[in-house]
Ligand binder design. Structure first.
Ligand code: SAH
Length: 213
């Protein structure tokens, strides 16, 4: 599969749409302008790759809407070299955005099929996370903690305590919290037990899976 001028043109239009919707972070916009999103989707949906919409991937999951990816990425305020934990690797598109922002990425996926597919695919197109595991995001990745930031890309019925505990001081957790509809929530760690909390409106995600064997 190729990245053509046509794809690049469609991508620029998508970036313009995100600017109109309020995304300001230049680094995030540049990353979205650069990453060939069509390669992260099943071939049947390729014509839709540069619409600002979520789409089905394998295992009943979705590749997040570009606006949502941009919004969450902006809230993380990533600096080059930051250590970032991602819960819900999915297609790997958000992972690629984090890598373009200069983060060292650690990512967890709960669906074996997606984990296998995406951990092979990302390096093939030049994206190399530090670590990708098949595991349970509710637990975080204690062996690699603490992190500068943590992003959850599925709807969490509650905020998992291990994730708050794996943040550095001043570290940021961006997590959509809720059952059917989620409130985008940012936690900033101010001390061992102090967290600032900010809320940013409603989004819809597939659920963060609990107790899956
Ligand atoms: N960022 C991804 C979003 C995929 S949707 C993308 O844009 O492609 C959310 C992902 O979270 C799915 O792949 C789902 O399998 C995964 N997920 C759900 N529950 C999880 C859990 N407990 N731990 C890790 N990943 C989980």
């Amino acid at each position: 599969m190729k990245d053509t001028f046509k794809h690049q043109g469609m991508r620029q239009k998508l970036v313009d749409t995100l600017i109109k919707k309020g995304i300001k972070d230049e680094n995030v916009l540049n990353a979205i302008g650069k990453i060939p999103r069509h390669l992260f989707m099943d071939s049947g949906f390729i014509d839709h790759a540069y619409q600002d919409k979520a789409f089905p991937i394998a295992a009943d999951q979705t590749i997040s809407q570009p606006y949502t990816v941009a919004f969450q990425s902006e809230l993380l305020e990533i600096k080059s070299g930051d250590k970032v934990l991602e819960i819900g690797t999915g297609s790997g598109y958000q992972t690629a955005v984090l890598l373009e922002l200069g983060a060292k990425v650690y990512s967890i996926e709960r669906q074996q099929e997606l984990f296998k597919k995406t951990s092979k695919f990302l390096p093939k197109i030049g994206y190399r996370p530090k670590k990708m595991i098949f595991g349970d995001g509710y637990k975080g990745m204690p062996e690699e903690a603490p992190f500068d930031s943590i992003i959850v890309t599925a709807g969490a019925p509650f905020v998992p305590n291990p994730l708050l505990g794996q943040l550095k001081i001043d570290g940021r957790l961006v997590i959509p919290v809720g059952d059917n509809v989620q409130t985008m929530t940012l936690f900033i760690r101010k001390g061992p037990k102090e967290f600032e909390q900010h809320e940013f409106g409603e989004f819809r995600f597939v659920p963060l899976l609990e107790d899956k064997n």
